[in-house]
Design a protein around this ligand. Structure first.
Ligand SMILES: [Zn+2]
Length: 534
């Protein structure tokens, strides 16, 4: 007589299920007697779902099989082992490898239909596993975010990223969560309170430094950007956003001055594509709203108060001697540009002594140089050529991403077809197996829809980036002529707007009066931004 064990799983404590279990129990024992086997052990996992293999008794049963302590396994149905096809197959194959014969209420597994089907679809499942892992993790992250699970590695200031330890598997559970960090919750609130008090970001920066609070990175010097980021994070009132950006491959070593033109790197998604994830709030909502109101008001005030006229208001300006930003500094009714070394180094003493320069001097020089460039078709033509080649590079990376998606799409279609074939060819299929395959199929279709969406976004992008390559020297010359005439009629505001468009960076050495300007060409298909007054 051969030895036998019985395995069962009870997912709930309900009366009804108890009854079924009793029935299954009795049936198994009857089968065991009929097959002239003798029962050596009963494995029962109570209160477990079939979604996970992390079950104590299941583990013990598998151990027993490995150790050869029984020859036959009785389960009422294969779904007792697992609800998912892959795991069912995994365990069944493992048991068979250990020489175990498996019996269900339909009979012995190997020779019956279930057994054959399991082996048949093992191949398909293995094929599915080869699916593009990159795309899968990307979608998995988005799914996680939709389930309100924290994704990504960067933890916002004020929180700790926590993962729970699972003593059964002896490892951390996969999904982590945000928990307020006591110390940082306090500091974040100090920043909010101080801002409400002083109503100035610079003031908060100084306060944090004077009181010796370390920055989130552990440094001693607080930057205005850090403070502003903290004051505007929605995490603090309970919602962090995932899926805000999507990225386009950035070519390393690309000349920085064209960055604004091709806009490589991260791009902001449409607001409705953002996925909000609930996190524990750490700042009072009223306080948060009040801060946002003041921030908005201050930023409009700042523009209105700008009574001094600076041509380079919205152009990035840097000190050639120390690399710090150049600020506008009105002094006794006269406007100056001055290196911000002092503010940047604060509280350390400044280490650049470039003096202030009258803004008029710089502005006039920069404007005449800019005009020279517009007057010179050769310079402009060279820039246009560069710009086009940059556009083409971006198009290349869009095409690249597109081809990856198209490859995944065709793989998914093939696999879906294999499943459909499988579903149509076989009759009398076990209901759960069909259900599993259909679920798989649905997940494929879902992914296919997402791929199509992503493809259409890329398509739109591609069109946006497209450049008409047939710009002739003559058309450039015509354009220059038109531009010269138009520029004569420019108001100061027009000039401001124009240099903002055309200059990406201005480096100023206020000591030896050297100025370096970096020119950029605005996006060429963006006609509105190139339209000059006629
Ligand atoms: Zn400087």
């Amino acid at each position: 007589m051969e030895s036998a064990v019985f395995y069962t799983r009870v997912s709930t404590d309900s009366q009804k299920e108890r009854k079924t279990i009793e029935y299954q129990d009795a049936l198994a024992k009857e089968l065991i007697t009929n097959n002239q086997h003798f029962l050596v052990h009963e494995y029962k996992d109570e209160g477990f779902t079939g979604e996970t293999l992390d079950r104590e008794q299941l583990d013990k049963m598998r151990e027993g099989a490995r150790a050869g302590s029984f020859k036959n396994l009785y389960v009422f149905d294969l779904d007792r082992i697992s609800r998912t096809m892959e795991e069912q197959i995994f365990v069944v194959k493992e048991l068979m490898k250990n020489g175990i014969d498996i019996y269900t209420h339909k009979g012995k597994l190997d020779s019956n239909e279930d057994g054959k089907k399991i082996l048949y679809i093992t191949a398909i499942v293995a094929e599915m596993e080869k699916m593009n892992t990159l795309a899968r993790t990307r979608e998995a992250k988005r799914q996680k975010a939709r389930r309100n699970v924290v994704v990504g590695h960067k933890t916002s200031t004020g929180y700790d990223y926590k993962k729970d330890w699972n003593p059964v598997t002896n490892e951390y559970v996969r999904d982590g969560r945000y928990e307020p960090n006591g110390k940082w919750k306090k500091i974040v609130n100090i920043i909010f309170d101080t801002y409400l008090d002083l109503r100035s970001i610079r003031g908060v920066t100084k306060y944090m430094q004077d009181n010796g609070y370390p920055t989130p990175m552990g440094g001693a010097r607080w930057g205005k950007t850090t403070i502003k980021n903290i004051l505007t994070r929605t995490d603090y009132i309970g919602t962090m956003f995932y899926n805000k950006h999507y990225s386009i491959e950035t070519k390393s070593g690309q000349d920085r001055k064209y960055k604004k033109v091709v806009r490589t790197g991260r791009r902001l998604r449409d607001r409705k594509e953002w996925i909000g994830i609930d996190v524990p709030p750490i700042v009072d909502e009223k306080k948060y709203k009040l801060v946002q109101d003041i921030l908005a008001k201050n930023s409009t005030n700042k523009r209105r108060n700008d009574k001094y006229k600076y041509l380079l208001t919205e152009v990035d300006k840097f000190c050639l001697l120390c690399g710090c930003r150049i600020n506008k500094t009105p002094y006794h009714g006269v406007s100056y540009y001055k290196c911000d070394n002092k503010g940047h180094r604060f509280p350390l003493p400044r280490d650049c002594f470039a003096g202030a320069v009258k803004s008029e001097t710089i502005d006039d020089y920069v404007w005449s140089k800019t005009a020279d460039i517009i007057l010179n078709p050769d310079i402009l033509l060279a820039k246009v050529k560069d710009t086009i080649s940059n556009h083409n590079r971006t198009l290349g990376s869009i095409d690249n991403e597109k081809s990856i998606l198209l490859k995944e799409k065709s793989d998914l279609c093939k696999q879906s077809k294999a499943i459909v074939d499988c579903l149509t060819k076989i009759k009398d299929w076990d209901e759960n197996a069909i259900k599993d395959l259909q679920e798989k199929l649905n997940s494929f279709y879902k992914r296919l829809r997402i791929i199509d969406e992503e493809l259409s976004v890329l398509e739109a992008h591609h069109n946006e980036q497209s450049v008409d390559g047939c710009l002739s020297k003559k058309s450039i010359k015509d354009f220059c002529k038109l531009a010269v005439n138009s520029m004569k009629k420019f108001s100061f505001e027009d000039k401001q707007k124009f240099v903002k468009m055309i200059l990406s960076k201005v480096d100023i050495d206020t000591v030896s009066k050297k100025i370096k300007v970096k020119i950029m060409i605005p996006s060429l298909n963006d006609n509105s931004s190139l339209l000059l007054r006629t």
